[in-house]
Design a binder for this molecule. Structure first.
Ligand code: IPD
Ligand code: CA
Ligand code: CA
Ligand code: CA
Length: 260
């Protein structure tokens, strides 16, 4: 039987998924650059989830993309939720079915539970610390690919076009050495796809904590490995150049992205 927190959060994310799918309101609420914008649904879903989290878990801090990103410091001490109400807003806006709600529950700097819900495809990724990772209630694990030459690699391109062009340059080097590369447009799902073996690795620069926090636990519980481009483990709630792999190809892929 599901624990009570898991049941509350699973139901909450499914309800939020219905708001995304049924209201499909893609009006732009704010715009920061050509590719970086927020729809009214991003704000509506964050408000909906936040209200319920405050009701059920009043002692926890909520760090969400739309309401917290202007804060100067983001603290994880005590218990906290890290929330991306729609990861993949550009996809949502265009009707491209690759977007997700991403929610991590953290206690004293350690991610305890992670939820990534892809409502367009009916896929729910979940992990609890030391209890494994799941997709729609079935255990998942990373792929068995041993070398880059037998791998499919996901990547992201930052909203900042100059950074995005640098990412494409690095990915060009990787592309020459692997089966193929994929840019799907929702970082949380990219990490979850490494966890369930659909991708063998994934990399992106300057990700925000809410893009990947839930994914980190799902990946770890599925046997994968994450680090930043300096090779360090991800600890603080700060932007990261992220590298995720099935563990087996980690060193080989890291050698191509490492920052000296
Ligand atoms: C973005 C998506 C995208 C990634 C960007 C993220 P958002 O999140 O995850 O795939 O390339 O770096 O910011 O803004 O759609 O929540
Ligand atoms: Ca955004
Ligand atoms: Ca995001
Ligand atoms: Ca978002």
């Amino acid at each position: 039987m599901k624990g009570s927190m898991e049941k509350i959060l699973t139901d909450l994310l499914r309800d939020a998924g219905e708001i995304i799918m049924e209201q499909r309101d893609t009006q732009i609420a704010s715009r920061r650059s050509m590719s970086d914008y927020t729809t009214v649904t991003d704000v509506r879903v964050e408000a909906f989830i936040t209200q319920h989290l405050q009701k059920y878990f009043p002692e926890s801090v909520i760090i969400g993309e739309e309401f917290s990103s202007s804060r100067n410091s983001l603290q994880l001490k005590g218990s906290a939720f890290v929330l991306d109400p729609i990861d993949g807003t550009v996809n949502f806006f265009h009707g491209y079915p690759a977007f997700a709600i991403s929610l991590a529950y953290v206690e004293n700097y350690s991610i305890r539970q992670a939820y990534i819900y892809d409502p367009a495809n009916g896929e729910f990724f979940f992990a609890a610390k030391n209890e494994g990772a799941f997709l729609n209630d079935s255990f998942i694990s990373v792929s068995q690919a041993r070398t880059l030459s037998e791998s499919l690699i996901g990547f992201g391109t930052a909203y900042n076009k100059e950074l995005g062009k640098k990412e494409i340059e690095i990915v060009t080097k990787i592309y020459e050495r692997c089966h193929d590369v994929r840019r799907r447009g929702a970082a949380s799902l990219d990490v979850a796809y490494v966890a369930c073996g659909r991708l063998d690795g994934y990399l992106e620069m300057e990700l925000k904590p809410w893009d990947f926090y839930a994914g980190l636990l799902i990946l770890e519980e599925a046997g994968g490995k994450a680090c930043n481009w300096k090779g360090l483990p991800i600890q603080d709630l700060v932007n990261q150049n992220l590298l995720c792999t099935n563990n087996l190809i980690h060193q080989e892929l890291f050698n191509l992205v490492r920052e000296l």
